[in-house]
Write a protein of this length. Structure first.
Length: 343
């Protein structure tokens, strides 16, 4: 394998360590040394992150009832085993290679982490300080749509062991977010007039296979995230949002054009555009620039900053003028936020 291939798996291992998943850190480093496993992972569709898909395929089969000693290492399945999970993982994959390859070919990484809504609340609140109209929200890559319901979750923002803000504590799902640094973000968003998602591969939460694939994308040593996901799914099934199926870049111009003039437009996404090619990112920017010639267009982005953090960035495009503010850096799964924008 070439150096770029080796770098990919080690980079994923570092990301797993950063996000608190020792099991995926260990497995990624072991896969990096195993040519057959790396070759199997290349069955994933072009542009799809191979590590996420390979590990999710294994998790999916276990969630669907596959009986194997590997279960004992997965806390999401009640496992408590310590030690090295790779021998069991390797045996599991080799005994079910065909099933895993089928999942790699047919599935995509449409992860949906509801806790990112804590980051979105802060971003939309900063937007609301600059906007008088109610918002029309357009989410790119919403997966199952859980972050279209960002304002329906309870949220508990903490700092130093104390609670700074406790929002909707009676909600069916309460998300916890740590505030880092000295600044406290604004947490009072503007009114939401309407919302819609644009998704190439939407998750049908009424289908148990789709639902279990979404659950399989949760990392297996983080059972709290799986419990959170199940609660967010239950809430979405009570408050369904519209999601258009198709290429977001093809759908977006028409969706932007039909937003009523008495609403402010905001396009947003959370760790979705990283799957776009450079050409696709340029196309997205061109669509927003063009739309901004006709009316002000807001753009709230929560994506990897290319260095070590995930950045929350607010941009307004208006009459050819582009204004951008880095509001915060935050943990990818929404566990903490360090506010750097307006307070």
């Amino acid at each position: 394998m070439n150096d770029a291939e080796i770098t990919y798996w080690k980079r994923f291992a570092a990301e797993a360590r950063h996000l608190g998943s020792p099991i995926y850190e260990r497995l990624a480093l072991a896969v990096d040394e195993d040519a057959p496993l790396k070759a199997l992972a290349t069955s994933a569709s072009p542009g799809q992150p191979r590590a996420n898909l390979l590990f999710a395929a294994v998790h999916f089969l276990l969630l669907r009832g596959a009986d194997h000693p590997l279960r004992q290492f997965y806390a999401t399945l009640g496992g408590t085993a310590k030690g090295d999970p790779f021998p069991a993982f390797n045996d599991f994959v080799k005994s079910r290679t065909d099933s895993i390859r089928t999942l790699l070919v047919t599935r995509v990484t449409n992860t949906n982490e509801a806790a990112r809504s804590c980051i979105l609340r802060a971003g939309f609140s900063a937007l609301g300080a600059r906007e008088t109209l109610p918002l029309h929200l357009i989410e790119i890559g919403p997966s199952a749509g859980l972050n279209l319901n960002w304002d329906r979750y309870g949220m508990r923002y903490r700092r130093g062991g104390g609670t700074v803000a406790d929002i909707h504590p009676e909600a069916g799902l309460v998300l916890d977010c740590e505030l880092r640094g000295e600044n406290t973000p604004p947490l009072s968003p503007p009114p939401i007039a309407s919302r819609i998602g644009l998704e190439r591969d939407p998750v049908d939460l009424s289908d148990d296979m789709d639902r279990d694939w979404l659950r399989a994308l949760v990392w297996p040593d983080q059972p709290h995230r799986l419990a959170r996901l199940d609660n967010a799914i239950a809430l979405f099934l009570r408050h369904r949002q519209e999601i258009l199926c198709g290429d977001a870049l093809a759908l977006l111009p028409e969706v932007l054009a039909r937003v009523p003039r008495d609403r402010a437009v905001c396009v947003y996404h959370t760790i979705a555009v990283y799957q776009f090619s450079a050409v696709m990112k340029e196309a997205l920017d061109a669509i927003l620039v063009t739309a901004g010639l006709r009316r002000p267009v807001w753009h709230l982005s929560f994506e990897f900053d290319g260095k070590k953090d995930y950045a929350l960035i607010l941009t307004q495009r208006r009459s050819g003028i582009v204004e951008t503010r880095i509001l915060a850096v935050a943990q990818a799964h929404g566990g903490w936020i360090e506010w750097r924008g307006d307070t």
